[in-house]
Structure formats: C-alpha cells, structure tokens
Write a protein that binds this ligand. Structure first.
Ligand SMILES: Cc1cc2nc3c(=O)[nH]c(=O)nc-3n(C[C@H](O)[C@H](O)[C@H](O)COP(=O)(O)OP(=O)(O)OC[C@H]3O[C@@H](n4cnc5c(N)ncnc54)[C@H](O)[C@@H]3O)c2cc1C
Length: 502
C-alpha cells in the first residue's frame, strides 16, 4: 500500500504538501483532501510518532486555562470538544473528572466548584452540571484518595480518547488517503525551496533509501517541535518565538476503574491526573522547559510523578519505579510573545497559531491542542482557499460512519462474536471491522486474544499489519494499538511471537 502510493508520487504537482503526520498535519490533510484539494503529507517517522502519541488523551476544554483568563481559548476548546463528542460517539467518550483539593492547595473547593460552573457556562451548558463534593463524600466514593487534610472538591464532565491519541491521528490520515491523498510515513523532508511559483521539496525514503523531488503549489509546515529548525535550515520565516516544554506520563497497574478521571494539584500547582488507559492507569504530567524535542524520561521526572501520586492516593504500598509498565514523553510547542525575555512556562498560551506567507504560499501551524483539531482543519482550509482563490464550500469532512452503517455492522457482527467484541471492533475500525470478522470466519484460531488479559484479537493484529500502513512492529504495538503501553513483559513476549508467525 505504501509502495503503491510511492510509485507515482513524483509525477504530480500537488495543491498542498504537508510536512509532519501529527494531529495538525493529519487534520489538515483530511480536511483539504475532502474539499477536493490534491494533498501530499510526508512524515519522517511513523504517523503520530511525535507529540501526538504522548498527550494525556483528553478531549477537553482546558478548565485550567481559566486560571490565566484565556476565555476565548476555553470557549474554542469546549466547542471543539463537543463537536468531537457529537461526531465521534464511540471514539471520544465523555467522562467525569473528580478534582480533590487539600489544605496546602491554593484554591478552596468552593472556589474550584465556582470555576467548574463557569467552565460549564462557557461551554453553553452542553454537559452535565458540575457537582460540589465534600471531603466526606469523596472519601465515601473514592476510598483510594488520601483523606488527611482533604478539604473537598468538584466534579465536571470532559471527554477522552479510549483508544489513544495516536490511533485517532492515524484515522484522520487514513481518511485522507481514502479520499485520494498521498500520505507517506517514514519519508523525511530534507529541504525545500520556492521557485517559479512552485515548491520543490526534497524528501528521502527512510525504509528503501531513495530520494524524491516533489512539487506543490502550497507548503504547510506542521512539524511540531521541529517546525522552527526546519524553517531556519531552509531560510524560511517563523514569526512567533517557539518555546518547548516536556511532559511525561507513567503507565502503572490499574488504580481506579476506567469510568472516571481523578484530578489533583501537583506540587507545582498544575493539574495532575489519574487517567484510564485500557486495563491500566496513566498518571501525569510534568511541564519542563527543554531546548529540543526529546523522548527522554529522567529519574527526576519519574520521582515527581510518583511522589505526587503517592501523596494523594491511599495505596497498600506506595508506587515505585518497579510498578512502571511503560512511559510516555512528549514535547509541547508553545507560542511566546517574540519580545518577551523570560517566560512563565506554566501559563504560556496553549492556543495554536497559523502563520500564512502569501508571497511564498507557505503556512506554518504552531502548537495547539489535539482537542482543537477540527478548528485547525477548518482554519487551514480557509487559508488554502484564500491562497488558491477558491470559494469556500460547506462540507462535514469528519466523524464516524452513520448510525445505519453501524446498525448493519452490529447485526452482522453479533452473529459471529460476543457483543463486547463487536462494539470494541466498531469503535476501533468502524465498518472495516467486517474484514476482521471475515478473517475469524476463515480461521477460528484468530478469534483468540493475542495474549491473556489483553483485549486485542489475533485477527485484529493481522488486519492492522495488512491494512494500516505498518512498517515496523512498533507502529502496530505503540500507535495503531496501545499494546506496548499496557502489556507486561510476559504478554509482550507472546504478542511478538505471534507477530513473527504472521
Ligand atoms: C504531555 C502532553 C500532554 C498533552 N495532553 C493533551 C491533551 O490531553 N489533550 C489535548 O488536546 N492536547 C494535549 N497535548 C497537546 C497535543 O498533544 C499537541 O498539541 C499535538 O500533539 C501537537 O501536534 P503536532 O501535529 O503539532 O505535532 P507532532 O505530533 O509532534 O507532529 C509533528 C510531526 O512532524 C514530523 N516531522 C518533523 N520533522 C520532519 C521532517 N523533516 N520531515 C517529515 N516529518 C517531520 C515529526 O516526526 C512529527 O510526527 C499534550 C501535549 C503533551 C506534550
């Protein structure tokens, strides 16, 4: 499939060439291709192998940005969150967030409760009304939460991605490819220049070493933390000053059930979460200034997260490094005022910026949130329409398949697999899951799970390997599924053994 796309990629003049297959590149590709533009997207690693595989998986309005009075950002994020919930009813799940506040925290629970009402109002009351929680009630509902010095808290509704950020990003890429886009993973952009009103982009295939020269009318730089470096190497401008900030998460054995998120204030007074991830818990995050993109989790990072969690959870035994099943580490790209000398890391705006250079037909997409992906897609479409002088056309380019398709899939699937599996397959693959059921019909051994206590069938792994642009095992284990994040060493041995047999 990848090789098919590569076979004639250099014979086209694309309308738009996008550098970077993270959420910003993916949403732009899906939106532009759906509107009839001819799109090429190049990703130097696997799709979503940058920051877009390292988020907290929350689709949220960002209640914490009320603290820095960023009402416009919160309003936009809430709107985007609600649109995502409406159009991805199985892939994005509303979930209650329980915030517990202690004597040493700077906010009183009642103040936090008022904050969550303001948050609810900014979202135009589209979610359940927040609830005030007394310390006694928190103790009753969540005996795992430390009671000592607990004052109380608040609960409100946001949403999360049960199948992970990277899979969601991949699904936008997949949608773009299905509508005709050329999206290639493991294809690094080496250089680019604008001449005779055309971009000439030099790219190299990282799998079968070969250089390509690709042509396009517009260039979009969506290279996340690498955006500025690539622009400067090619003598192209970046108008904003970019600041990079590292955040890590640790995956540990399941601490609470998967139907809620627990929220605390960390030692640096940031929101700190216990999030569900499959049959595990994901805890974090941190916010540390860094000079360059990195995937390195330091001992200091681990200690910060473990100390925070042990302080707030009443566990039989405190969590230690030995309990860590996997780690996530990503770098946020934040925009600063170009004149500012010293930045307040925690309060730098999380709003994305789109820079558009009309004379050279170039667009930069900087930072932002995964939650804002639909807005980013629309904004980029707007800019491309302006640059190529086309009239806007209204089209819903996102979302899961229709209820009718879902019903007909489920009535077919429920005859072959258990109800839980049928629903899970729909959530992960939509109507393409029919192919997985056909695999099971052909060979019933593929109905088994790939390892004990995982919820992935062998047939799923075979399907993913054959159909989801997988080049390396890690693409499948870390991004198309969350197996490498949630499996123990023994489970991974079994899974790898199965992959070898394919
Ligand atoms: C710890 C943490 C928690 C977060 N939590 C949330 C959350 O809960 N909810 C939320 O909405 N947002 C969250 N975010 C923010 C969100 O993850 C990011 O805004 C988003 O992933 C950024 O996407 P991107 O496409 O800009 O960058 P990336 O995902 O980094 O994509 C850029 C891509 O460009 C590629 N690239 C670079 N150079 C080249 C080249 N030369 N050629 C080809 N490709 C290239 C890279 O390989 C990379 O894949 C979080 C971020 C962090 C770090």
């Amino acid at each position: 499939m990848r090789s098919e796309l590569l076979s004639d990629i250099d014979e086209h003049i694309f309308d738009v060439l996008i550098i970077g297959g993270g959420i910003n590149g993916a949403t732009s590709a899906a939106c532009l291709q759906a509107h009839g533009y001819k799109v090429c997207l190049l990703e130097k690693g696997d799709f979503a192998s940058g920051t877009s595989q390292e988020s907290s998986n929350m689709v949220w309005g960002g209640i914490k940005y009320l603290e820095s009075l960023e009402f416009k950002l919160v309003y936009g994020l809430c709107k985007s969150r609600d649109l995502l919930i409406e159009h991805y009813p199985t892939r994005i799940i509303p979930i209650p967030f329980y915030t517990s506040l202690y004597k040493h925290n700077k906010y009183l629970p009642f103040f936090a409760y008022l904050g969550s009402i303001l948050y609810w109002m900014i979202a135009l009351g589209r979610t359940e009304f927040p609830k005030y929680m007394s310390a006694k009630q928190i103790g009753h509902d969540f005996p795992i939460i430390t009671q000592k010095k607990l004052r109380g808290g608040t609960t409100y509704l946001d949403a999360f991605l049960p199948e992970n950020d990277a899979r969601f990003t991949f699904q936008l890429i997949e949608k773009a490819i299905e509508s005709g886009a050329y999206c290639i993973n493991y294809m690094s952009v080496e250089s680019f220049k604008y001449e005779n009103e055309t971009w000439e982009v030099k790219a190299s295939d990282q799998i079968n070493p070969k250089q390509f020269i690709l042509k396009s009318k517009i260039l979009i730089n969506a290279a996340g933390p690498h955006l500025e470096e690539i622009n400067s190497e090619n003598k192209r401008p970046t108008d904003h000053k970019l600041i990079l900030s590292k955040g890590i998460h640790l995956i540990v054995p399941q601490l609470t059930n998967s139907h809620h998120v627990l929220t605390f204030m960390s030692k640096d007074e940031r929101l700190f979460f216990v999030l569900p991830m499959g049959n595990r818990s994901c805890i974090g995050t941190t916010d540390t200034p860094v000079k360059a993109d990195t995937k390195e989790v330091t001992d200091e990072d681990r200690k910060f997260v473990l100390d925070n969690i042990n302080q707030y959870l009443n566990l039989d035994k405190p969590l230690t490094r030995a309990d860590i099943i996997a780690e996530r580490c990503g770098v946020r790209t934040l925009c600063a005022d170009t004149t500012s000398e010293k930045e307040d890391w925690i309060h730098l705006s999380r709003h994305h910026k789109v820079e558009c250079f009309i004379n050279s037909q170039q667009i930069n997409i900087i930072g932002g949130k995964l939650t804002n992906c639909l807005n980013v897609g629309e904004e980029i479409l707007d800019k491309v329409n302006q640059l190529l002088q086309r009239f806007p056309e209204f089209l819903i380019w996102y979302g899961e398949e229709s209820d009718d398709i879902k019903e007909s899939f489920l009535s077919f699937a429920l005859e072959k697999v258990e109800a839980r599996t049928a629903h899970l397959l729909w959530r992960r693959y939509g109507s393409k899951a029919i192919k997985i059921i056909n695999l099971i019909e052909y060979d019933s051994r593929l109905k088994e799970t790939v390892a004990e206590n995982t919820d992935y069938l062998k047939a799923e792994l075979l399907y993913i390997k054959q159909n989801e642009y997988v080049t390396k095992d890690e693409d499948l284990l870390r991004r198309r599924t969350h197996l490498s994040l949630t499996s123990t060493h023994e489970q991974m041995e079994k899974i790898k053994e199965f992959l070898l047999s394919l």
